[in-house]
Design a protein around this ligand. Structure first.
Ligand code: FAD
Length: 396
């Protein structure tokens, strides 16, 4: 027998953005169901660091604090960084950003994906009977959207209905496809190689990034003194780097980072993640909206992906709550369009600038980079670009 349940809002996808959305909506007084096809994230072991990390901006930190999950993260482990150094050739020529110059104690924090996911889900679990229904390992078999609401069917026969569906189901969003929303997207032909390294020199709470012609290499400080690397490399090079034994990989990494942290003493197993740019043509359709990677995916060189998603959540929940407080149709086309307008402009600016930086630094056509005047010294000279990069280092 089919079992129908009605909520105010369905959130599909329980990654960091969807889980944050469900919590923020609950805290704003909405009745929510969160549907995740995987299992709930497990607790991270004290001595095992998740290879996926995020550079969290102060705006995202504020959201996580408001959701009461920042303290558990601090109690587990986070790594504040106070300096950022970006260079192309010779770390001594690096462009430097200091927290002190921005009047802050830190520019941001490096936090593992697994810790954030677990902290969000732990709080969701404590609320599970209080206007938050959690459906894990749930397969959606059917979806319907209309001006009046959304409904989904799960493979166990349950049907969930709501006034609004929020798609937080990642870059390959099934909900976006069901709603017929198109995307602009292309593959960078690159993979990001991620792993953690132990180095001879201390990182001194510094995030490093070198722009190589084959893609950017970031070394980000971890709480235990190691660094996490995100090395974006063209597919052929990435395949080569992923296939090396640890000693050979450490040597290649040492060359690529120009020894900025001295000898590389250890490297954990590597993972390669394909990189793409994606932007949804619309963020809203009848009774549904997109947040996070379902709406936009970005090259990791600016470390902004999840931060943009958290900013989507902040704006969306504020927009819905405000419309409801004003007794307007909080899930109607006007409210959803307000959210979409506000976030699209911001996200497109970030996508375009990140893509431009990526292209400017990798162009191998002889003379073109020189003609563009591109390079770190150029960035240093272009005051608005340097100040934009500085601001971006500190905010979402
Ligand atoms: C190498 C690399 C480094 C990065 N570094 C940074 C960084 O430093 N800072 C930063 O801000 N961002 C970074 N990012 C980007 C960041 O990983 C993403 O922006 C972020 O994971 C997006 O979160 P999300 O919750 O929107 O999507 P996802 O993390 O993709 O989560 C989607 C969730 O939806 C679930 N799902 C999918 N389909 C369904 C369905 N049909 N039904 C139910 N559930 C479903 C999935 O199981 C998953 O749990 C990086 C990305 C890469 C690749």
């Amino acid at each position: 027998m089919r079992h129908d349940v009605r909520h105010e809002i369905l959130v599909v996808g329980g990654g960091p953005v969807g889980a944050a959305a469900a919590l923020a909506l609950h805290d704003a007084g909405f009745d929510v169901a969160l549907i995740e096809r995987g299992s709930a994230p497990p607790q991270c072991k004290p001595d095992e660091y998740d290879p996926r990390i995020y550079a969290i901006t102060p705006a995202s930190q504020q959201l996580l604090a408001d959701l009461q999950v920042w303290q558990p993260l601090v109690a587990a482990r986070i790594s504040p960084y106070t300096q950022m150094k970006i260079w192309e050739r010779g770390p001594a020529q690096a462009l430097k950003f200091n927290a002190a110059d921005a009047g802050r104690a830190q520019l941001g924090w490096i936090v593992e994906h697994g810790l954030i996911a677990h902290a969000l889900w732990s709080r969701l679990n404590t609320l599970a009977s209080d206007r938050v229904a959690l459906h894990i390992e749930a397969a959606i078999t059917h979806v319907e959207f209309s001006d009046e609401g959304a409904s989904i069917e799960l493979d166990d026969g349950r049907r969930l209905q709501a006034r609004l569906l929020i798609a937080a189901d990642g870059a390959a969003s099934q909900m976006r496809a069901f709603a017929g929303i198109e995307t602009l997207q292309w593959a960078y032909g690159q993979r990001a190689i991620v792993c953690h390294i132990r180095t001879q020199a201390l990182h001194r709470k510094t995030a490093f990034q070198r722009f190589l012609k084959t893609g950017p290499l970031a070394l980000l400080p971890l709480a235990d003194g190691r660094s996490s690397i995100v090395w974006s490399a063209d597919d052929a090079l990435a395949k080569d780097l992923l296939g090396l034994d640890e000693t050979a990989f450490r040597q290649r990494l040492s060359q690529a980072s120009e020894g900025v942290l001295g000898e590389i003493l250890e490297a954990t197993p590597r993972i390669g993640v394909p990189l793409q740019l994606l932007h949804a043509s619309d963020y809203a359709a009848a009774s549904m909206v997109l947040v996070g990677d379902a709406a936009h995916a970005i090259h990791p060189l600016a470390g902004q992906g999840v931060n943009l998603g958290f900013a989507d959540v902040h704006t969306l929940v504020a927009t819905l709550a405000e419309a409801r407080a004003a007794r307007r149709d909080w899930a109607g086309a006007r409210a959803l369009a307000r959210y979409a307008r506000a976030r699209k402009a911001h996200n497109l600016e970030m996508l375009a600038l990140t893509d431009t930086l990526y292209r400017a630094f990798r162009h191998s056509l002889p003379g073109l980079r020189a003609a563009l005047g591109f390079g770190m010294s150029a960035v240093d000279r272009i005051a608005p670009l340097k100040s934009w990069l500085g601001r971006r280092a500190a905010q979402a």
